[in-house]
Structure formats: structure tokens, C-alpha cells
Write a protein that binds this ligand. Structure first.
Ligand code: EPU
Length: 485
């Protein structure tokens, strides 16, 4: 009796102890989760950067509202990332205006700061740069890996220091993205390259002007060739150059500082190297792709939107396709109005992406989304990158009828999309999901929105101002916390 009573007490004590340990562990885990969550939220508030895997931000969209009103387009991401990198070539402080508040830019600014530059955000979209404090041509590994445009530091550091160490650039997963043409351009101007542990090293004793012929049209390599050519001795001629608006903007920025670049915007660019570049204040051009995205958003929701602060000439290929589909586009000096007349049905069309002035690959996912709402079968060809149709699987979850064969997508119009949980598989794919969600019936929840925040300033707020029901929500990523714990 006494023995069984003792055993009972021991069992009771054991269970109490187990309970206590379990409860303490649970509390500790919860506390560490809350701590981690808050720390990461704070980090994000400071840098406006998404920290993947700890917090899952999602956009929640309730579709069906026609977007109406006005939207102001921000500075161009792809111009700004090049121009920010170009401040390394400047011998004096300079100021950039109309710099978009997006995470790709936050990373560029962080790279410059970590290398020793003084970078201050002095007002909304205005940034002061003094890069004279940079003495070491080495780009921090993790920051460079998260962005394609980090390759631009190869050209600017090579131009200034005759040497650069830059980790192989990351960016949107659009398939293999080699930099052989960048290195070929540097070689034509007298530089050598090697790679060690994922870091590209380019170097020379002196850069000399030379002839560069690109095997195919490449935006990034054209920009890097310009950077090196600006500081090379003598004349550099770039043939088969890319003609995108951001290349012209970059050349205008460098010329305002004292560079001598002619022919930007054509396929032959001539550069006479200079020794010094002076400090200036310069405003980045409006973003062609952000503007195009809002134009398609207005069309897909059958809304009526005035897209302001744009250069309509840069939008011509997008405007032409929208008109062919049945959308009304009116052009003004610095804005375009996009609306859909009441009884108009969208018409199928074929699209092939091309370098500028052709239809941009960065608008292909958005336009394809609109084509899912058109009558008939549309054919979309995009062979600029290896893999720009990853969003298709997500759109199918919303009822789209699309088949992909290599670089060609065949879109059978379905008339309407139905909201679903989807993922932003890359930046422009994410923009396509936003358009699909706004046009769809019901609720769409978009995951991995850090891709979208790489290139769209305050997209949720801009959509809300147009009457769209779209909000951002933070969710703790329980899996990541379990791993962290
Ligand atoms: N390519 C090579 N070797 C090179 C360079 C490019 O094979 O040395 C290939 C690429 O893999 C691709 C094609 O050439 O298949 C074109 O690439 P390009 O160099 O023109 O593109 P990028 O400089 O890597 C920029 C934009 C992209 C945009 C493309 C095309 C920036 C930071 N990125 O990329 O923007 O799609 O030009 O217009 O400017 C985006 O904003 O969503 C985006 C992906």
C-alpha cells in the first residue's frame, strides 16, 4: 500500500516535471519567436528590405474593383541602379532625384556605404552621394549576390581603380544569366579577368579605348562597356549596343558630369575617355515598366486610370499592343490615360518580346495575364531569357488556360480568372499576379512578395489609391522560426 502510494507520488512528480519542462520550452520558443519576429520587422523598417524566410509578407487582394483615378510613376529601377553605381566614377559629391524607394536601390546604397561612401537620403526620393571615401574595390559578397545590377560595380570600380572584385551577380531567376559579354567588353579595353570562389576579379594597368562588338544585344554589358569607356584613354566604339531608355538616361547623367558619350539610344555608341567627372544634381527618368504595369492593371480591371509622370514615347510598344487588344489609350505630354469602353471585348493578339524599341520582356508576364481575359488564342514568344514563363503555373491556379512550349506560350482566353493563393516567382511575374488578383473574382493571396518590392515602389498604396482592394500582411514564417530555434 505504502509502496503503491510512493509510486503514485513519483509518477505525479514526473508528470508535473515533464509538464513544467514542456511549458517552459513552449514559452521560450514563443518568446524567441516574438523576439525574432520583432527584430526582423525592425530590420525591415530600417532598410525597407525583405528578409526572406523569417517573415512572410503577403498581398491580400479582393478582386473585381475597376481601378479609377490617377497614379504617379516612380523613377526607373533599371536606370537608377546603373546611375547609383555610376556615382563611383564621380570625383565630387552628387545628388540624385526621383530615385525609387525599392529594395534593389536599398541594396545598392548599402553596397556603397559598406565600401566607404557617404550616402544620405536627404528627402523623398532624393539621395546625396559622396563616393570619394571608397578606397577598396571590393563589393560585399551577400549584398551583391541578391541583385543582378551588382555587375555594374565591375565597370565602375574598374574605371576608377583599374581593379574590381564583385561576386557573381544574382537577381531574378530567369535562367542562366552569364556575364561573358561584360568581360569581353573589358578585355577589348585592356583588362583581364579571373574568378575565385564565386568572385569575379577584373584588373588592368590602364584602360585604353577600343572596339567592342557584342555578339547579341545586352543591356547590362552595354552599360558596363560605357562605364569602362568613360575612363579609358582614347576612343571606345560599342557596336550592336542596347538602346533601352535607361541606357540613354545613364549616358545623359555621365555627360552632365563631363563625360563624352555620343550615340546612346542607337546601336553604335562612341565614347571619348575623360580624366575627371564633376558633381551634379540629376533626376532619374520615369519607370517605363512600372508605367506599363499600371496601364495593364487599368485595362484588366476595365478601369479608367491616368498614368502620370511618364515619357509616352517609351511606352509606344506597350500602347500599340493594348490598343490592338481593344483598350483605349490616350497620350498626353507626360501622362497616358487608359480605359476600356463599356461593351468592348478584349481581342487575342500575338506578342514577341524584343530589345528596345520592341515589346519589352519585362512587360511580357503582365500582358500575357491580360490576354487570358481576351477572346481567342494568343501566342506569346519570349526568348530573351531562358525562363520567363514560370508565372504560368501560378496563373493556371487562377483558372488561366496557358500551355508553354519552350519560349512560346499559347494562351486560350478564359474570360475570367478566379482568386487563389499564388506565388511571385520573380519581379515581373509578381506584377502579373497583382494584375490577375485585381481582375479576378474573389480573393488572391500572393506569397514571396519580396520579389515585387525589388522593383515597385509602394505598389499596395498606389493600388489602394486607385480603389483596388489590396493590402500587405505580415505573417510569421513558422518553419523558419523552427529552424532558427
Ligand atoms: N547575356 C549573356 N551574356 C552576357 C549578358 C547577357 O548571355 O554577358 C544574355 C542574358 O542571359 C539574356 C540576354 O543576354 O539571355 C539579355 O540580357 P541583358 O544583358 O540584356 O539583360 P540584363 O542586363 O541582365 C536587364 C534588366 C532586366 C531586363 C533585361 C532585358 C537590369 C538590372 N536588368 O537585364 O530587367 O529584363 O535587361 O531588357 O537592368 C527586370 O527589371 O525585371 C529585369 C529582369
Amino acid at each position: 500500500m505504502i509502496l503503491s502510494c510512493k509510486r503514485g507520488i513519483i509518477v505525479l512528480l514526473n508528470s508535473a516535471l515533464t509538464y513544467l519542462i514542456t511549458a517552459t520550452c513552449a514559452c521560450l520558443k514563443l518568446a524567441s519567436s516574438i523576439f525574432l519576429f520583432n527584430v526582423k520587422v525592425l530590420e525591415r523598417k530600417d532598410n525597407k528590405m525583405k528578409i526572406r524566410g523569417i517573415i512572410m509578407d503577403k498581398y491580400i487582394i479582393n478582386g473585381g474593383n475597376p481601378l479609377k483615378g490617377e497614379v504617379v510613376i516612380s523613377g526607373a529601377k533599371n536606370a537608377a541602379v546603373a546611375i547609383v553605381a555610376a556615382t563611383i566614377l564621380c570625383d565630387e559629391p552628387c545628388v540624385l532625384e526621383n530615385v525609387p524607394e525599392i529594395s534593389d536601390i536599398s541594396i545598392c546604397l548599402k553596397i556603397l556605404r559598406e565600401m566607404g561612401a557617404t550616402v544620405q537620403v536627404t528627402g523623398k526620393n532624393t539621395v546625396y552621394f559622396d563616393t570619394t571615401g571608397i578606397h577598396n574595390p571590393v563589393v560585399p559578397y551577400d549584398l551583391a549576390r541578391s541583385m543582378r545590377a551588382s555587375s555594374y560595380f565591375l565597370g565602375t570600380l574598374l574605371g576608377r581603380f583599374h581593379e574590381a572584385y564583385v561576386p557573381m551577380p544574382g537577381g531574378c531567376d530567369l535562367g542562366d544569366r552569364p556575364i561573358d559579354q561584360h568581360l569581353k567588353a573589358f578585355k577589348s579595353l585592356g583588362a583581364s579577368d579571373d574568378m575565385h570562389a564565386g568572385v569575379v576579379h577584373v584588373h588592368c594597368d590602364e584602360l585604353y579605348g577600343g572596339q567592342i562588338y557584342f555578339d547579341f544585344i545586352t543591356v547590362g554589358a552595354t552599360i558596363n562597356a560605357i562605364f569602362a569607356g568613360v575612363k579609358a584613354k582614347g576612343l571606345t566604339v560599342i557596336e550592336n549596343a542596347a538602346k533601352e531608355p535607361h541606357i540613354v538616361d545613364l549616358a545623359n547623367f555621365l555627360n552632365s558630369m563631363g563625360a563624352d558619350i555620343r550615340g546612346a539610344g542607337t546601336d553604335v555608341i562612341k565614347i571619348r575617355g575623360v580624366n575627371k567627372l564633376k558633381g551634379i544634381t540629376y533626376a532619374v527618368i520615369p519607370d517605363q515598366i512600372e508605367a506599363g504595369t499600371y496601364m495593364v492593371m487599368a485595362a484588366a480591371t476595365r478601369g479608367d486610370v491616368l498614368v502620370k509622370n511618364v515619357i509616352p514615347k517609351h511606352l509606344e510598344s506597350i500602347t500599340a499592343k493594348l490598343r490592338k487588344i481593344g483598350v483605349t489609350v490616350d497620350e498626353f505630354d507626360e501622362s497616358v490615360r487608359v480605359c476600356v469602353e463599356p461593351n468592348v471585348r478584349f481581342t487575342k493578339t500575338s506578342v514577341k518580346t524584343m530589345p528596345h524599341p520592341g515589346f519589352p520582356t519585362d512587360m511580357q508576364p503582365q500582358l500575357s495575364t491580360l490576354l487570358t481575359l481576351a477572346d481567342g488564342t494568343s501566342i506569346v514568344t519570349d526568348d530573351i531569357f531562358e525562363n520567363r514563363f514560370r508565372y504560368v503555373a501560378e496563373l493556371r491556379r487562377m483558372g488561366a488556360d496557358i500551355s508553354v512550349d519552350g519560349k512560346v506560350a499559347i494562351i486560350q482566353g478564359v474570360g475570367k480568372l478566379i482568386g487563389a493563393p499564388v506565388r511571385a516567382t520573380d519581379l515581373r511575374a509578381g506584377a502579373a499576379m497583382v494584375i490577375a488578383g485585381l481582375a479576378a473574382e474573389g480573393q488572391t493571396i500572393i506569397d514571396d512578395i519580396f520579389h515585387i518590392e525589388r522593383g515597385y515602389e509602394n505598389i499596395d498604396l498606389k493600388v489602394q489609391a486607385l480603389g483596388g482592394d489590396m493590402v500587405k500582411r505580415y505573417f510569421p514564417d513558422l518553419n523558419a522560426q523552427a529552424i532558427s530555434g
